[in-house]
Design a protein around this ligand. Structure first.
Ligand code: FE2
Length: 249
């Protein structure tokens, strides 16, 4: 049995969903050389061509800002964006390209919020992520700070945080507090873990998924998305009418 067959053995497969209806991917790591995503410009251009071929009109790419590992700043990201746009234009890539950040929730992020140095997209949206193993104590206070500052937080891949797998109501509470929730398309394949897959499916059943994203770090993520397109749950979330990706166009 092949890798994909094992991943998908329990589900009927449908005709691949049309991702062009999403118009915008809002979670990826395509600025070369500044995080654990694309290592160089050539790879970034190749990945952009794949997004274009899948029917996307725009990518809002989101390098990590995580002070211990990826010491990125708004300036570094904007410089990287400028270079990526110039090269993409030269190479005939027609996709629109924007860049913000995927902020790791820690004291450094709090300082950036206090300084007003936060990259936003759409209607003052801010993408942030959490550590995978333990819920940070400062989660509530940071969310409060963000929302009081007029920002609209989007939590990256809530289905991947281990500490909520046995406490799914926490995800609904976040949604009720107007924290937008973004799942990774590939979570539906089971590639991260069966629990991650089940959590993403539960969120879709509950109608609390606001955005779906590629979280593309490399070509493998886009190849796996081709398989994810056949999954009933991807069809279901696209049909839900709740996704806001296209509002970012
Ligand atoms: Fe990411």
């Amino acid at each position: 049995m092949g890798f994909f067959q094992r991943l998908f053995r329990k589900q009927e497969l449908l005709e691949p969903a049309d991702l062009s209806v999403l118009k915008v991917d809002m979670h990826s790591h395509l600025i070369p050389g500044i995080d654990d995503g694309s290592p160089d410009m050539e790879t970034s251009i190749m990945l952009l061509r794949h997004f274009e071929a899948m029917g996307y009109r725009k990518v809002i790419t989101t390098p990590h800002i995580m002070i211990d590992y990826y010491k990125n700043t708004s300036e570094i990201i904007n410089e990287g964006l400028k270079a990526l746009r110039a090269k993409a234009r030269d190479e005939g890539v027609r996709l629109q390209i924007d860049a913000v950040a995927e902020y790791y929730l820690d004291e450094h992020f709090d300082e950036l919020i206090e300084k007003g140095d936060v990259l936003t997209f759409g209607d003052k949206y801010v993408l942030f992520e959490l550590p995978f193993m333990a819920e940070p104590e400062m989660l509530k206070s940071t969310l409060f700070k963000l929302q009081m500052g007029g920002y609209r937080p989007i939590l990256a891949h809530p289905e991947r945080y281990l500490f909520w797998h046995r406490d799914l109501e926490k995800l609904r509470e976040l949604s009720d507090r107007d924290v937008k929730l973004q799942i990774n398309i590939n979570s539906l394949t089971g590639t991260y873990s069966p629990q991650v897959q089940r959590t993403a499916e539960w969120m879709i059943d509950q109608g609390i998924v606001d955005f779906i994203g590629s979280d593309c770090h490399h070509l493998g993520h886009l190849q796996l998305m081709q398989e994810a397109r056949k999954l009933p749950y991807l069809h279901k979330v696209i049909r839900s009418g709740k996704l806001r990706n296209a509002s970012l166009d």
